[in-house]
Design a protein around this ligand. Structure first.
Ligand code: ATP
Ligand code: MG
Length: 415
C-alpha cells in the first residue's frame, strides 16, 4: 500500500511546533518497507481538513492522521472526518465506556465536553489509548483505510506501534525488509562521485543510491528492499567492497554509517601502536578537540600545542627566527619546521602542524585569506600540502582540521 500522512494543528502551520509525528510515522513505515508518498499539514480548520482527507482518498490506500481528537473547541478532526467520508457523527459506546473507565480509575469527574470525544464517524473501529483520554479510530472508505490518532506524540507513538502497525501488516501480509548502509566521503564533489559510479548506478537496479551532502562531507546511502534479508545483506556488502576499490571511489571513502573522520584516524593510530603530537596555529586547537572527542584518545595523542604567535613557534618548537623572517609564519617552511619541532619535542611517531590565514584580514595577493599549510612529519620524511579555503573563519578552521585529519588518514592506510 501507499500511505499519506496528514498532521493537523495550528501550532504546526504557524511553525511554533515541529511536526515530529510525521517524521516518526514515516520512519516507522520506511523500516517495514511501506512507502509514504505524501506528508500534508493543515491547520485547525474543518474545510481544510475535509479537503485534505478527500484528496488523500483519491490517491493512496492508507491515510494516517494525527491531532485534533481532544475535548476542546479546536479539536474538530472527528467532525471533519465524518463530513469528508460521508458518515454520520454518532456516539460510539465503546469509546464512551473506555473514557468513563479511565476517569473512574483516576477518580476524576468527566466533564460534558469529554463526551464529545466519544462522537465518531459511524462504523469506526476504536484504537485504544492506554495512556490518555482521546481514543483513536479507523475506518475504510472505498479502497482507502483511514487511521486517526491523537496529536500528543507519546500517545500517538504508543497507539501507532501497538495498533496501527499490526493492522497495516495484516493488510499487506508480505513484509518487506528495507536495509541501508552509508558510505562517508570526503575530498571529492557530489558530481564527481555520481560520474565515477554512473555505470554501477545504472546496472545495480535493486539498489537505490542517494547522495546526501553534510558539508564538508558527503554521505552515499545505499538502500535495498526485498523479502530475503540474507540476500540483501550480502548484496550490500559486495557492493560496498566494489565501491571502495580504486576503480570507483577508493580511499575517498573514509568511513561507514555513524563513524566520524576523527574516530577513523584514532582507530588507525591505535592499530599501528603509533603516537602523535600536534602543533596548531590557525585552528586554535580544533584538530585536537576533534581527536579527543573519541574515547581512549590518550592511547595515541601525546600532546598538542597551540602556537599562535611567532614567539611561541620559536620558543616552544624551535622554529628558526630566520625562517620566520624570510618566509613568514604562513609558509611551507614554517609548517615543516613546526611539524618536525613538535615531533622531536614530544618523541612521538608522527608530528602534525598547521599554519594559515583565517581572515578576514591579513591576506596578501601572494597569500590570500584561506591559505593554509599542513605539514606531517614521520621519521625523516616531511610531507606538506598547501590548501586554499574559502568561507568564514569557522568554516576555514573546520576545513583545515578536516584536511589535516584526512592527510593523516591517507598516510596511515598506505603506510
Ligand atoms: P488532546 O487530547 O491532548 O487535545 P489532540 O489529539 O487534540 O490531543 P492536539 O490538541 O492536536 O492533539 O495536540 C496535542 C499536543 O500534541 C500539542 O501540544 C501539540 O503541540 C502536540 N502535537 C500535535 N500534533 C503534533 C505533531 N504532528 N508533531 C508533534 N507534536 C504534535
Ligand atoms: Mg487538543
Amino acid at each position: 500500500v501507499t500511505v499519506e500522512i496528514i498532521t493537523i494543528g495550528d501550532e504546526l502551520t504557524s511553525g511554533s511546533s515541529q511536526d515530529t509525528n510525521a517524521t516518526f510515522i514515516a520512519q516507522q513505515l520506511h523500516t517495514i518497507g511501506i512507502e509514504v508518498v505524501k506528508i500534508t499539514t493543515v491547520g485547525d480548520d474543518t474545510e481544510k481538513i475535509v479537503d485534505a482527507l478527500r484528496n488523500a482518498q483519491q490517491k493512496v490506500g492508507c491515510v494516517i492522521v494525527t491531532g485534533g481528537l481532544g475535548p476542546t473547541v479546536d479539536d474538530i478532526t472527528a467532525k471533519a472526518a465524518a463530513e469528508a467520508l460521508r458518515r454520520k457523527l454518532v456516539l460510539n459506546k465503546i469509546a464512551l465506556k473506555a473514557m468513563e473507565e479511565r476517569f473512574k480509575k483516576y477518580d476524576r469527574k468527566m466533564s460534558p465536553n469529554n463526551v464529545k470525544q466519544a462522537y465518531l464517524p459511524s462504523d469506526s473501529t476504536i484504537i485504544p489509548n492506554p495512556i490518555g483520554t482521546a481514543c483513536g479510530f479507523y475506518l475504510a472508505r472505498s479502497n482507502t483505510l483511514f487511521f486517526f490518532l491523537p496529536g500528543v506524540p507519546r500517545e500517538m507513538k504508543r497507539m501507532f506501534e501497538e495498533s496501527v502497525i499490526p493492522i497495516i501488516k495484516r493488510e499487506q501480509p508480505e513484509t518487506t525488509i528495507v536495509s541501508s548502509c552509508v558510505l562517508k566521503i570526503f575530498g571529492e564533489s557530489e558530481s564527481y562521485c555520481d560520474q565515477v559510479l554512473s555505470d554501477l548506478i545504472k546496472s545495480e537496479k535493486e539498489v537505490a543510491f542517494a547522495f546526501l551532502p553534510h558539508y564538508p562531507e558527503i554521505s552515499l546511502k545505499l538502500t535495498m528492499r526485498g523479502k530475503d534479508g540474507k540476500y540483501i545483506e550480502k548484496k550490500l556488502k559486495t557492493l560496498e567492497r566494489k565501491i571502495k576499490t580504486k576503480k570507483y571511489l577508493g580511499d575517498v571513502i573514509f568511513g561507514k554509517d555513524e563513524e566520524t573522520l576523527e574516530e577513523v584516524v584514532g582507530k588507525l593510530l591505535r592499530s599501528k601502536g603509533a603516537t602523535i603530537s600536534i602543533a596548531e596555529s590557525c585552528t586554535g586547537g580544533l584538530i585536537t578537540h576533534r581527536l579527543t572527542n573519541a574515547p581512549g584518545s590518550s592511547d595515541y595523542l601525546e600532546r598538542s600545542l597551540v602556537v599562535y604567535s611567532d614567539k611561541a613557534k620559536k620558543e616552544l618548537l624551535k622554529v628558526p627566527a630566520s625562517i620566520l623572517k624570510r618566509h613568514g609564519a604562513v609558509s611551507k617552511e614554517v609548517a615543516e619546521s613546526m611539524a618536525k619541532g613538535v615531533k622531536s619535542l614530544s618523541k612521538t611517531t608522527f608530528g602534525l602542524a598547521v599554519t594559515g590565514i583565517a581572515g578576514p584580514a591579513g591576506g596578501t595577493s601572494e597569500k590570500p585569506v584561506g591559505t593554509v599549510f599542513i605539514s606531517f612529519s614521520h621519521k625523516r620524511q616531511v610531507i606538506t600540502q598547501k590548501c586554499s579555503f574559502y568561507g568564514d573563519r569557522e568554516q576555514m578552521k573546520f576545513m583545515t582540521s578536516q584536511y589535516a585529519l584526512d592527510i593523516l588518514r591517507k598516510y596511515l592506510i598506505k603506510d
